[in-house]
Design a protein around this ligand. Structure first.
Ligand SMILES: *Cc1c(COP(=O)(O)O)cnc(C)c1O
Length: 243
């Protein structure tokens, strides 16, 4: 195929590889690839790459830092590209008023006070609710992101966070998200996540999304029922800086 520039060709190759991996991962467990949304995680990459992705048919992009995301989303929006922006990084309450202005989905909702801050910000800046995924901690480490199953930090308690999202009009509870712990096999962690997701879905039937799987573990995630994979490096190349 002929692309307008070399970088577009590179990204097209990455995209084709990811689509093949997704198709084969789905095929292996009898799932329809159409059930799995590919989110291109564009952190550290310029707005021009987001536009290239859009021209290649990608509709969903993910970012993990508010400042970078806000600027990039504005730059891309100015070109008229219509994308779904997913905020996937740890989120502090003081960023809520910024994030709700460009994000369509926040994957990293992990505290009751954060839920309230987002709901308040939605009331001020948006005319429709924000799609929310509650991030589940799979390693139980409160220093890392994610709501905790059990434990004694009420603000971060998974059941309380879920209830807070469900109760407030500004947020629409879509499901759960997780990042596989660094030191565990992703399959085991994602099996646990699938159990949590099933319990969440039983309590909140509209919460059908499961955001799991990145460049290195998307096959395991698809096997455990992921509906949204978040892929950066395998699509765009190795990032210059680790974040
Ligand atoms: C960076 C990031 C990704 C993408 O990771 P890759 O390994 O580059 O595919 C996915 N999810 C979150 C939360 C991230 O911060």
């Amino acid at each position: 195929m002929d692309f307008e520039d070399e970088r577009t060709g590179e990204i097209a190759d990455g995209l084709a590889r990811i689509r093949r991996r997704l198709a084969s991962a789905c095929g292996a467990v009898g799932r329809d690839p159409a059930e799995v949304t590919l989110i291109a995680v564009t952190k550290t990459y310029p707005a021009e790459d987001v536009r290239r992705l859009a021209r290649l048919g990608v509709r969903d992009v993910g970012e993990n830092r508010d400042q970078e995301a806000a600027a990039k989303a504005a730059e891309v929006a100015a070109t008229g590209a219509d994308l779904v922006w997913h905020f996937v990084g740890q989120l502090q309450r003081n960023k809520a008023r910024s994030v709700v202005r460009y994000a369509d989905v926040v994957h990293s909702v992990d505290g009751v006070r954060l839920v309230r801050a987002l709901d308040d910000a939605v009331g001020r800046y948006r005319d429709r609710p924000l799609d929310a995924l509650v991030q589940v901690s799979l390693d139980g480490d409160p220093a890392r992101g994610g709501a905790l199953v059990g434990g004694d930090t009420p603000d971060r308690d998974l059941d309380r966070v879920l209830a807070a999202v469900a109760e407030l009009d500004g947020l629409r509870l879509r499901g759960v998200m997780a990042v596989a712990p660094i030191d565990a096999t992703p399959g085991t962690a994602f099996d646990r996540l699938a159990g949590v997701a099933a319990r969440v879905r039983a309590a909140y039937p509209a919460a059908t999304w499961l955001s799991a799987g990145m460049s290195g573990d998307l096959e395991e995630a698809v096997k455990c029922g992921s509906t949204h994979v978040r892929v950066g490096t395998a699509l765009l190349g190795k990032r210059a800086l680790l974040r």
